[in-house]
Design a protein around this ligand. Structure first.
Ligand code: NAD
Ligand code: AHE
Ligand code: ZN
Ligand code: ZN
Length: 370
């Protein structure tokens, strides 16, 4: 079949809207019509060429909501008409990782997914006979996309897909990092670096966890209004402190440092500040931001010797098939805010504007409505 899609032909170039060919689902696969998709900074990161796994030509997009159009042979858990959220972190339930009870990082199809291919090693997308690569196993920048059955969470059809698509990455990542990875306890102090879709969702998670003080840091003070609405208590623009390391500002503000910090930018220097603003003896810093090829983090080992802890979080530690439907229910119950985060809705034809607005710091999240 034909599908409208935004194709990334090469790194650093705008996407082009094409009518691509989509082959039907093979055994264990599902064809989904994407109704809406968010644009996450990770899409921009891969498009920039900084992603060591980035390959072109590719159909990006990983924050979608859609409806099952066709199921391949042997698919038992989904049927035509089901409402679904694509999962870049699948859940097979059988691999060592799924059975460990310690991680959400299912590895069943990770190798082929990282190569931009379906689990059988081939692509379902092509244009003029030339294959196009999949991205993160989801490729939600195509109106029709094919995913493995294990990469789809079936959700309540009452949920508006043009809103809950953001649970496919940003909002779940931020809230989950607080509740699952850090396990922030009531009264704890928190610092959040970067007030994009992820950092603001960390703020939301911190409020859900009943954190005491929520210090937010961004070089773009325009982001503080939304952070305040969501419940942040202290606002720091590093540009106001040209001569003081930002970790020192936070340590002084919080009587020795915060209990938990979250890096939601992808900047290795900020990752260091986020660790070093943690309280001696117990402070934990969670890396969420994704840093480019060749970049490394550093700190004095003494920071860890004296009790600070460095951790990371992918998709908020959430197991997609079993736990994401519950996030959708919490949105429907008014416990998770999504609508406030959508500051731009665009048709697919204007998807490049979504990237421009993100780079200009003018949006929280853009949603592409097909
Ligand atoms: P975004 O572009 O919407 O937001 C980034 C924010 O950081 C902006 O508000 C910007 O002003 C701020 N910022 C930039 N440089 C700064 C600095 N030096 N100091 C303070 N603030 C600064 O991005 P997003 O979509 O929220 O994504 C944030 C990061 O999280 C990206 O690296 C993305 O790839 C990553 N991410 C990781 C996961 C995961 O599962 N680990 C999931 C989603 C996104
Ligand atoms: N491909 C990059 C890493 C990209 C990355 O860290 N991805 C996050 C999700 S970001 C969503 O916006 C993730 O879940 N990673 C786990 C995984 O298995 O990819 C690189 O550096 O190679
Ligand atoms: Zn993302
Ligand atoms: Zn698994």
């Amino acid at each position: 079949m034909k599908s409208r899609a935004a194709v990334a032909w090469e790194a650093g170039k705008p996407l082009s809207i094409e009518q691509v060919d989509v082959a039907g689902p093979k055994a264990g696969e599902v064809l989904v019509r994407i109704v809406a998709t968010g644009v996450c900074h990770t899409d921009a990161f891969t498009l920039s060429g900084a992603d060591p796994e980035g390959m072109f030509p590719v159909i990006l997009g990983h924050e979608g909501g859609g409806i099952v159009e066709e199921v391949g042979e042997g698919v038992t858990s989904l049927q035509v008409g089901d409402h679904v959220i694509p999962l870049y972190t699948p859940e097979c339930g059988e691999c060592k990782f799924c059975r460990s009870g310690k991680t959400n990082l299912c590895q069943k199809i990770r190798v082929t997914q990282g190569q931009g291919l379906m689990p059988d090693g081939t692509s379902r997308f092509s244009l003029n006979g030339k294959p196009l690569l999949h991205y993160m196993g989801t490729s939600t920048f195509s109106e029709y996309t094919v995913l493995p059955e294990i990469s789809l969470a079936k959700i309540n059809p009452a949920a508006p897909l043009e809103k809950v698509c953001l649970l496919g990455c940003g909002i779940t990542t931020g809230i989950g990092a607080v509740l699952n990875t850090a396990k922030v306890e009531p009264g704890a102090s928190v610092a959040v670096f970067g007030m994009g879709g992820i950092g603001l969702s960390v703020v939301q998670g911190a409020v859900m966890a009943k954190a005491g003080r929520i210090v937010v840091v961004d070089t773009n003070p325009a982001k503080f209004e939304m952070a305040k609405l969501l419940g942040a208590t202290d606002f720091i623009n590093p540009k106001d402190y040209p001569d003081t390391p930002i970790q020192q500002v936070i340590v002084e503000l919080t009587d020795g440092g915060v209990d938990y910090s979250f890096e939601c930018i992808g900047n290795v220097h900020v990752m260091r500040s986020a660790l070093e603003c943690c309280h001696k003896g117990w402070g934990e810093s969670i890396i969420i931001g994704v840093a480019g090829a060749g970049q490394e983090i550093s700190t004095r080992p003494f920071q860890l010797v004296t009790g600070r802890v460095w951790k990371g979080s992918a998709f908020g530690g959430v197991k997609g098939r079993s736990q994401l439907p519950g996030y959708v229910e919490r949105y429907l119950a008014g416990e998770i805010k999504i609508d406030e985060m959508i500051t731009e809705v665009l048709p697919l034809e204007r998807i490049n504007e979504a990237f421009e607005l993100m780079h200009a710091g003018k949006v929280i999240r853009s949603v592409i409505h097909y």
